[in-house]
Design a protein around this ligand. Structure first.
Ligand code: CO8
Length: 373
């Protein structure tokens, strides 16, 4: 079996930012408009009045300060509250493929490789722009990559689950290198008019190049192991699907967007993620406290990451041990732990070990343990 490494990562950052202040002003305008429009029903008790959102709540509850988005005006328009993303013709590259090709090219360039050096693309994200042809095949085409391409979705764990597939393909010799891309345009399927979650998500795309060790540049990150776990839960759900028309269900109904029981998710997932990493590290005889230099955790909630680290290590962790990027990016679904790795690995020394870990809908948890060569 071949040894396998992550040789480079890449990123595409969208052109617009929305601060919590901007988001709350727009959301509260929507609340005032709604309450004024339904004043008589609210007075009669047949419609519940909406409550305002607050910047203080958002920052205290989540740690998020801003998010990047592909388009801003539509999201902040209280009469619309979702982005304007004009439909492209079949002759143009699709939006997801475009941002994935940019992030992918960034990773290839950092590894000193071209598309001709890669034998596969996995496009792994929480939502796909279309059912077929696969986004991955369009990205393959854009980057001049041969071999195969396929799409996969394990929500927030899409990236780590895809890295395992890439590692297996390279380890078994079916590919020299596989490019994993995570184009997360969360803004298009987010419930911007729901006070409980309107602040949570942001857009981005990350890329990870997985290569055979004998082929990867010096200083790559050897993959010591990968571990995936799933446990069914309805606490994070989105019912938007190809059958909506045949179900005669409303495609604009609330359940056709991201929906969650945030408190329950927090409570369920923290112990699961800590236990998952503990077992994975134990299987490789690595001590979570002394044997791991850094944890690049999924970026959904700052207190969640603090609690997971505390359960795993028995003490609070600082930014050096478990860096935060969600203050700048918000929750970017599968891309969060990869952005943390992308931004915070240049200080690693040969032999340092780190853990990339995602957790989210499904529930799904994925970890990748790497060692700097
Ligand atoms: N402003 C002011 N007050 C608010 C707001 C708001 N915006 N929202 C809620 N409140 C109030 C509530 O009404 C409540 O008031 P009261 O106590 O009077 O009832 C109080 O604040 C507390 O509310 P919560 O219990 O809901 O607040 P929490 O402290 O639990 O924080 C969080 C909410 C931040 C959502 C938190 O629960 C959390 O982070 N949970 C974990 C979430 C998580 O990790 N989810 C994973 C989802 S990501 C994923 O799996 C990917 C899916 C695919 C991507 C989809 C892209 C669109």
């Amino acid at each position: 079996m071949r040894q396998v490494a992550i040789s480079a990562t890449g990123i595409y950052i969208p052109p617009h930012t929305i601060s919590n202040e901007e988001l709350v002003i727009s959301y509260n305008q929507y609340v005032h408009d709604f309450n004024a429009q339904h004043a008589s029903e609210i007075a009669a008790g047949t419609v519940a009045a909406l409550a305002e959102s607050s910047v203080t709540f958002i920052e205290n509850a989540s740690g998020i300060k801003q998010r990047y988005v592909m388009e801003k005006a539509g999201i902040l328009d209280p009469k619309r509250m979702h982005p304007h993303l004009p439909q492209r013709s079949n002759e143009e590259i699709s939006l997801m493929a475009e941002i994935a090709a940019i992030a992918g090219a960034d990773a290839l360039q950092k590894a000193g490789k071209t598309g001709a050096d890669v034998d596969g693309v996995i496009c792994a994200a929480s939502n796909m722009q279309r059912a077929y042809p696969a986004m991955a095949i369009e990205i393959q085409h854009a980057l001049g990559i041969g071999g195969f391409g396929f799409d996969m979705n394990v929500a927030c764990s899409s990236a780590t689950f895809a890295i395992e597939q890439a590692v297996n393909a390279v380890r078994s010799g079916t590919a020299r290198a596989v490019l994993v891309v995570n184009p997360e345009i969360t803004s298009a399927h987010h419930a911007w008019a729901d006070r409980d979650c309107h602040f949570i998500f942001g857009d981005v795309c990350t890329a990870v190049l997985v290569e055979a060790m004998d082929y990867a540049p010096a200083g790559s990150y050897e993959v010591l192991g990968t571990k995936l776990t799933t446990v069914f839960s309805n606490n994070i759900r989105n019912n938007f699907v190809f059958m909506n028309r045949s179900e005669d269900s409303d495609p604009d109904a609330r359940d056709k967007l991201f929906k969650q029981e945030g408190r329950k998710v927090f409570k369920d997932v923290c112990p699961m993620a800590a236990d998952h990493m503990a077992k994975h590290l134990q299987s490789l005889n690595i001590d979570p406290t002394t044997g791991v230099r850094r944890y690049w955790l999924h970026q959904a909630n700052l207190s969640m990451n603090q609690l997971i680290a505390k359960k795993l290590l028995g003490s609070e962790v600082n930014e050096d041990r478990a860096p935060t990027i969600l203050d700048e990016f918000a929750n970017t679904a599968s891309a969060g732990s990869i952005i943390a790795f992308h931004r915070h690995h240049s200080d690693f020394k040969t032999g340092d070990v780190g853990v990339i870990c995602s957790f989210g809908a499904g529930y799904s948890i994925g970890s990748v343990i790497v060692r700097k060569t």
